[in-house]
Design a protein around this ligand. Structure first.
Ligand SMILES: [Zn+2]
Length: 466
């Protein structure tokens, strides 16, 4: 899986919905895998919907080509619709989030001037580039902190016979060979970043020189998955095929797309190798634990709680609650009187359906992204039989007459909009204007009047144990 295609999926998914809800209109709630990433739903601008990637916990240098770039670690990839990526879509080049890289510069540098006004670090979106003679490339530069006043750049090439660099960082191939291009801060010339430049003839095949992952360590439960993002450098290498292996398949297996599945408790190493250049590898340490399912459902003051902290047993399988369904029918009737139409996109989902759905999302975007919008098995409110996804898995549902009506009136029928905007940190899930949870009219009114979500009202957390 490449970073780029995953990002696009993140954007697609973010634009559609998402807490453990099945995705598309008409999706059968009994289908544990109703998602078709190529279904032609609008691809939205992802810049605001993708979190910056967590920095690798391991030493990224371990996974890097030892040819002298340990000082600079690649962080982000360029657009790449890899042929062996089943989720690949094409899209214009996207802005890339900044990935903190502990190895990029001396972190103590500038701490004296850590007033936020001076540059203390420089990040690039790529640290290895290959350009043809006469062609150009330009790494994206981020000066940190973002509040620095002077973000001027000084660019130099250590061999201008091979590649030149303009004052704004445009690198142009002059003659075949290799050189290094350095960018320094005008504000603090001790702070720099280096790009390895290969200049090739237009007829040359560009080979993979380095692989980076978005993380070098992960912890997953038995039966669940993770999938690191892979970026191969130079990003214009011809063959970016991946070969994945696990050194202990009793602990975790990995498929040809880099989807790692926990098999048994323990730790193993999963390796990705360049098909093109099998000396180039990156490794991720995989810890597998046995997930602890809840023994009993959790009730607080008679209200069933399902979130990241409070799960449901695998055997909890009530189907749609008759009381909740009756209340929903009233809601639908009430809206109908106002000339609006509601329908259920997704209602009850069993533990096993959620397991399958969650793994599907992880297999497309990785665990970190999937965790934002898809509940892990046992932690989806849909397993309670008390939650419904109505009409549309689109953030802009809140701009439609139905979405506005739902936000204004759901409480009158005993429902709460469970995952409001700007409460992701509290609920543990992204904004879902379509997801309602039946809690009864008394409590629904209290939440409506106070503007609280269940976690706030009961003063409880929503955090996975691991
Ligand atoms: Zn939902």
């Amino acid at each position: 899986m490449t970073k780029q295609s995953g990002r696009i999926l993140a954007a697609v998914l973010a634009g559609l919905l998402l807490t453990g809800c099945s995705l598309f209109k008409g999706a059968d709630q009994n289908d544990p895998d109703p998602v078709d990433p190529n279904a032609g739903t609008g691809i939205e601008e992802p810049a605001g919907s993708v979190d910056p990637v967590t920095p690798p916990e391991g030493d990224p240098a371990d996974a890097v080509d030892p040819s002298g770039t340990a000082e600079e670690t690649p962080t982000e990839g360029q657009p790449d619709a890899s042929a062996n990526d089943p989720g690949a879509l094409t899209t214009p080049e996207l802005p890339t989030p900044v990935v903190p890289d502990p190895g990029t510069s001396n972190p103590s540098e500038g701490t004296e001037a850590g007033d936020g006004l001076h540059v203390t670090d420089i990040r690039l979106d790529k640290y290895i580039v290959a350009v043809e003679v006469g062609k150009s490339d330009m790494p994206l530069v981020t000066m940190l902190p973002s509040t620095a006043l002077d973000v001027g750049e000084i660019w130099t090439s250590d061999d201008t016979a091979v590649a030149s660099v303009s004052t704004w960082g445009k690198i142009t191939g002059i003659s075949p060979g290799e050189c290094r291009v350095t960018v320094r801060s005008t504000d603090n010339p001790d702070v720099k970043a280096v790009v390895e430049v290969m200049v090739v003839e237009s007829t040359d095949v560009i080979h993979v020189k380095q692989i980076s992952l978005d993380k070098y360590e992960t912890t997953i439960h038995v039966g669940l998955m993770d999938m690191p993002w892979v970026t191969m450098y130079p990003t214009n290498a011809k063959d970016k095929g991946e070969i994945w292996t696990s050194d202990d398949t009793a602990v975790a297996t990995v498929d040809q797309y880099g989807r790692i599945t926990g098999v048994g408790p323990g730790t193993c190493t999963v390796t990705v190798r360049s098909k093109d250049n099998q000396d180039v590898t990156a490794k991720i340490t995989v810890h597998v634990k046995i997930g602890e399912d809840a023994k009993e459902p959790t009730y607080i003051d008679g209200t069933l709680i399902v979130n990241r902290t409070y799960g449901l047993p695998r055997t909890y399988n009530p189907g749609v609650s008759a009381e909740a369904k009756a209340a929903l029918d009233e809601l639908i009737a009430g809206a109908s009187e106002d000339g609006l139409e509601f329908w259920v996109e997704s209602g009850f989902r069993s533990y096993d359906q959620q397991l399958s759905l969650y793994n599907t999302y992880v297999g497309r975007e990785g665990k970190d992204a999937a965790d934002r919008y898809s509940a892990r098995p046992g932690h989806s409110e849909h397993q309670s039989g008390l939650a419904f996804d109505l009409n549309s898995f689109d953030d802009n549902f809140d701009q439609t007459p139905e979405g506005k009506w739902l936000a204004a009136h759901a409480w009158e029928y005993g429902f709460t909009l469970r995952y409001p905007k700007d409460k992701e940190d509290i609920t543990g899930f992204m904004y879902e204007p379509w997801h309602v949870r039946y809690i009864g009219k008394t409590l629904a009114q209290k939440l409506h009047d106070s503007g609280q979500v269940l976690e706030e009202y009961f003063d409880i957390t929503s955090v996975y144990a691991d």
